[in-house]
Design a protein around this ligand. Structure first.
Ligand code: AN0
Ligand code: CP
Length: 318
């Protein structure tokens, strides 16, 4: 595997989960792969889990790691070609990317949707420029439309906790005060649809349907209670509207969509999942996130494993 930006890059999901569980049981057994290799992690946006878990995964593999927060201490970057650069941005991405490529063997990029231009976001112009101009393998640490390291960790977690061969997994929108990207729900849907042994459904208010290429054949409910019936896993997440003319906008903060104990009582004693960071008592009540059915910490722990599998496969291709 050279680049990792979506589910197809990882290939067979059963094989990927199997490898993840082997790595989890023996995470320091692969240090020959990373010796004298350098990972560069580039952050255009904040992070806690992705930064720490990916760094930990690289250290498990014996790699060296460099981290750059573009907004802290680097030159402000122009990203549009053809701009007369007489404003506040002293450097262009088109020089910065190949320069970054000089100092590393593998590049991880976090660059969220900007909500300025839907086409730029959905064409993944930033991470695709890294792939095109860095000369290095590139993996997504959440790009404009997907967060595949998160979805891979979520799939591993579901495999670890499922009690039936074909669990019902419900992705539900939940309220949040600020406009958030669609990357996490898009990606989760992409991975759940690709995993054949999952009964996957989506619940969101009217106006919040995700892009059709991510929804795929999953049933979409506009009433949350209906979708939660018989759920084995409830995966909550806020996202902003996708459809025009409301792309990137908050249309609702309806707290009747917050996941509470009453909502969980509608399910098949489901596990609660969220990628974190989460706003308590907007997305999920204190009681649910603190309950013994909450998987938010095991999910975060599996981020180290998903990152390690991805790095191993990239290192093997060098
Ligand atoms: C980000 C998002 O919703 O995409 C990152 C989640 C992993 N969340 C926030 O910005 C709060
Ligand atoms: N879940 C996740 O990616 O968290 P961070 O934004 O803290 O990296």
């Amino acid at each position: 595997m050279r680049n990792f930006t979506n589910v197809t890059d990882i290939g067979d999901l059963h094989a990927a989960v199997k490898q993840a569980l082997e790595v989890k049981a023996n995470r320091f057994a692969y240090q020959h792969l990373g010796k004298n290799r350098t990972l560069l992690m580039i952050f255009f946006n904040s992070s806690l889990r992705t930064r720490l878990s990916t760094q930990k995964a690289a250290l498990n593999l014996g790699m060296n790691v460099i981290v750059l927060d573009v907004n802290q201490g680097a030159w402000k970057l122009e990203t549009e070609r053809g701009v007369i650069m007489d404003g506040d941005k002293p450097e262009h991405l088109l020089e910065a990317i190949p320069v970054m490529g000089c100092y590393c063997d593998v590049i991880g990029v976090r660059s969220f949707a900007r909500f300025e231009n839907k086409r730029d976001d959905y064409e993944e112009t930033i991470i695709n420029q890294f792939i095109k101009y860095s000369g290095r393998p590139v993996f997504s640490m959440e790009a404009a439309t997907r967060h595949p390291l998160q979805s891979f960790a979520d799939l591993i977690t579901i495999e670890e906790y499922k009690a039936t061969p074909r669990p019902r997994v419900v992705l539900t929108w939940a309220p949040h005060p600020k406009a958030l990207p669609q990357a996490v729900p898009n990606s989760f849907a992409e991975w759940m649809n690709a995993a054949e042994d999952i009964d996957f459904v989506i619940a969101n208010p009217e106006g919040y349907d995700l892009a059709p290429e991510f929804v795929g054949n999953a049933p979409v409910y506009h009433h949350q209670d209906e979708a939660l019936k018989n759920a084995d896993f409830v995966y909550a997440k806020n996202w902003s509207a996708y459809a025009d003319p409301n792309y990137g906008k908050v249309l609702s903060t309806d707290r009747s969509w917050t996941i509470t104990s009453e909502k969980m009582a509608l399910t098949n004693n489901a596990y609660f999942m969220h990628c974190l960071p989460v706003r308590r008592n907007m997305i999920v009540s204190d009681a649910v996130i603190e309950s013994e059915r909450s998987l938010v910490i095991p999910e975060a722990a599996n981020r180290e494993i998903s990152a390690q599998v991805v790095l191993m496969r990239i290192l093997e291709s060098l």
